[in-house]
Design a protein around this ligand. Sequence first.
Ligand SMILES: Cc1cc2nc3c(=O)[nH]c(=O)nc-3n(C[C@H](O)[C@H](O)[C@H](O)COP(=O)(O)OP(=O)(O)OC[C@H]3O[C@@H](n4cnc5c(N)ncnc54)[C@H](O)[C@@H]3O)c2cc1C
Length: 404
Amino acid sequence: MDLTYSVEHEKYREEVIDFLKGWPLSGEDARLPIEEQESLFRQHGIDAGYVYRNVPREYGGAGQAPDALKDSIVREEFFRVSAPWDLLNQGAGMLVPTLLEFGTEEQKRRFIPKALTGEERWCQGYSEPGSGSDLASLQCRALRDEEHYVLNGQKIWTSNAKQAHFMFGLFRTDPAASKHAGISYLIVDMSAEGIDVRPLREMTGGSEFNEVFFNDARVPVEFRVGAEGEGWAVSRATLIHERNLIGNPNMMRDTFEDLLDLARRTQRGGQAAIKDPYVRQRLMEIEGYVRTVETSNMLQFTATLRGEPMKAMRPMMMNKLYSTDTMQRIQRCAFDLLGGEGMLAPSPEDIVGWARNTTSTGWVEAYLFSLGPAIAGGASNIQLNIIGERGYGLPRDPRPPEKS
Ligand SMILES: Cc1cc2nc3c(=O)[nH]c(=O)nc-3n(C[C@H](O)[C@H](O)[C@H](O)COP(=O)(O)OP(=O)(O)OC[C@H]3O[C@@H](n4cnc5c(N)ncnc54)[C@H](O)[C@@H]3O)c2cc1C
């Protein structure tokens, strides 16, 4: 593992830092709604070659030659000043790489540019009641009617569906085919008739999740990604990107630093909590996890730079599992430190601790939220199965018989 950057890369870092003096926006631009400011700055970043470095120019990206070190420098510096960077959302983060791999030329030109800037928002329609971990058992139908598919059924846990312009999702186009073979990957215009989005209330108090009902909603055939009946293979690509999105070591390190700060400011037994042996022990244990995630990230990075993608596979599978678990440990510890005050959150202490890189109101909301990412994109138990079976070649877990 080599942790030093070359002179050329350090010069590149200086250029990025210089560019970032343009954020936050000033003058007339600073009066735009914040979403528009972010889209605009992202577009400046694309034009300057820093944002979406690897997406070709013809599809709205920066079209730069691959350079993992430059990617890392951009990520670090943009994160440091909380500047709008690659959108880590369903559109830019998941749909775009999938379209780049499987989309038609027309789909790439139509959908990628606005997904990158965030002008068009996306949601992911995979899960259904009864089809989460066992996703291939999904029942939502899309039956062919000449040049359209007609959708009927229900999706659930669809994050941000209420705000989304489009959904990418999995639908059963051939109910008679075997479980995996009858599924197609479709793009759905959320403004089409016959689509009903109903928000669900979460324990954080927010309503990010939704149920989506389809009642004879129509999707043009040219909005299918990949061949009919081959949606399962397309969806695997999206899921890999989703799992890699979850878990940002920079954010984890910052959150851990915030936790240390909270431990310095919180009293326990008449002294700063950080002086309490039990709290120190717990903080050290958590730091062990944080460092493990960082080191694993560095190992993958080095392997990628050396052109050893296969060697990087196992740690990549572990990314999601360990980063979501570590975030939960950090948030749980903060929640415990806040004690009774945490139950009454948000308090001033609470807000200070977490305000830096998130819109969350405080540690308590962050703790409640931290339980979700371990389930989203494949629950931790499923990740363990994948790592054991595909990463280490262990015998397969017994599977229940297929539903007919
Ligand atoms: C924050 C968040 C955001 C989400 N966003 C979206 C979204 O935008 N779009 C979307 O389509 N879905 C979304 N989901 C849904 C998510 O993909 C599912 O919740 C997840 O796949 C688990 O499915 P399930 O909830 O049906 O649980 P189940 O599959 O019923 O699992 C219940 C429990 O059983 C365990 N389990 C199940 N099968 C096995 C097995 N074979 N071996 C061992 N243990 C097993 C699981 O680990 C889990 O603990 C989101 C979920 C969360 C929490």
